[in-house]
Write a protein that binds this ligand. Structure first.
Ligand SMILES: Nc1ncnc2c1ncn2[C@@H]1O[C@H](COP(=O)(O)OP(=O)(O)OP(=O)(O)O)[C@@H](O)[C@H]1O
Ligand SMILES: [Mg+2]
Length: 295
């Protein structure tokens, strides 16, 4: 064992700073002694580019310490193209001081995207940085699939960041690392918030929920965006508040040739659910109202 192993990480960082070493270089040598538990890793916060860290002002629960450790808590839900896990990020020994948070980690799968339901109509006009990547994606090689997974993760990251900055109720995007997106875990009394589809709200709450979704759709339309896969399955009911999730396919209302079709489909999916719960709403009225915001 080298002498370094007996020293704790915070001690070493402190020591390095003391010697005037840029902390960004210190991070690399943390890898020499990964945490023993294989459910753990060093916090990846400082290893991602600044653009891949959540927008300011950051909520105070975001843990940014270099001494933090990420612990895998288990899977929350497997989806069609990604799996969502719970991940705790905490500075060991400081839980009581609040340097500890549980986040949702959405990980896009880099393999077998043959039944990927997001069709190319979503990606029309999306740029691929180099021709090698473009050819690999077209041939569906392993490299191509990894590039595609990274693109979906990046696309969701960009949408979440933009919407959060606009004040739209989405989970706060904490960080993006390749195909892994860390975001705010939406809860009700400490448990994962149910999808809207699983709830049976009383009339008053039902009406309030509809108003909230209508506001979200209006704000998106005003900025020329369409969710593209909106339904009661991609909306979480956090008590009285709704939070919209699952945003990799957000599309450009005007630039995408199918923009208006996606908008009408989102309106229809949402209105059908509210109608089935007894609220008199109409998808065409909603669609017309949204178009008025957009143009
Ligand atoms: N930030 C979050 N907080 C709480 N639960 C979440 C969060 N993000 C995702 N989930 C849960 O994980 C599920 C899947 O997430 P999401 O819809 O983003 O992924 P997906 O791969 O598109 O899944 P699906 O194919 O089921 O639509 C959600 O329905 C929700 O139950
Ligand atoms: Mg979903």
């Amino acid at each position: 064992m080298s002498p370094h192993h007996s020293e704790s990480v915070p001690d070493r960082l402190h020591d390095a700073r003391h010697r005037g070493i840029d902390p960004r270089f210190v991070f690399d040598f943390q890898n020499y002694d990964e945490p023993d538990d294989d459910r753990q890793r060093w916090s990846t916060w400082l290893s991602v580019e600044p653009l891949c860290r959540g927008p300011e002002p950051r909520p105070d629960w975001v843990v940014t310490s270099q001494a933090a450790v990420d612990t895998e808590l288990g899977i929350l839900k497997t989806g069609k193209e990604a799996d969502v896990f719970l991940l705790e990020r905490a500075v060991p020994g400081t839980e009581a001081l609040g340097e500890s948070v549980v986040m949702a980690a959405k990980r896009y799968r880099g393999h077998d995207h043959t039944d990927f339901h997001r069709s190319s109509s979503y990606t029309d006009g999306r740029k691929v940085r180099n021709t090698r990547d473009a050819r690999a994606m077209a041939r569906k090689t392993a490299h191509g699939k990894a590039v595609a997974a990274g693109q979906w993760a990046w696309a969701e990251w960009e949408s979440l960041t933009r919407l959060w900055e606009l004040g739209v109720p989405v989970p706060y995007p904490v960080q993006l690392d390749g195909t892994e997106l860390l975001m705010e875990w939406i809860t009700v009394e400490g448990e994962t918030a149910p999808r809207l589809a699983q709830t049976r709200p009383e009339p008053e709450l039902l009406a309030s929920y509809f108003e909230q979704i209508r506001d979200v759709l209006a704000e998106l339309s005003r900025h020329g965006m369409v969710h593209g896969d909106l339904s009661a399955y991609n909306i979480l009911a956090a008590g009285e508040r709704l939070v919209v999730i699952d945003l990799p396919q957000v599309i450009d209302l005007v630039g995408n040739p199918a923009g208006l079709d996606f908008l009408l489909r989102d309106c229809t999916n949402v209105c059908r659910w509210f109608q089935a719960r007894g609220l008199a709403v109409d998808e065409h009225d909603l669609y017309g109202e949204l178009l008025a915001h957009a143009f």
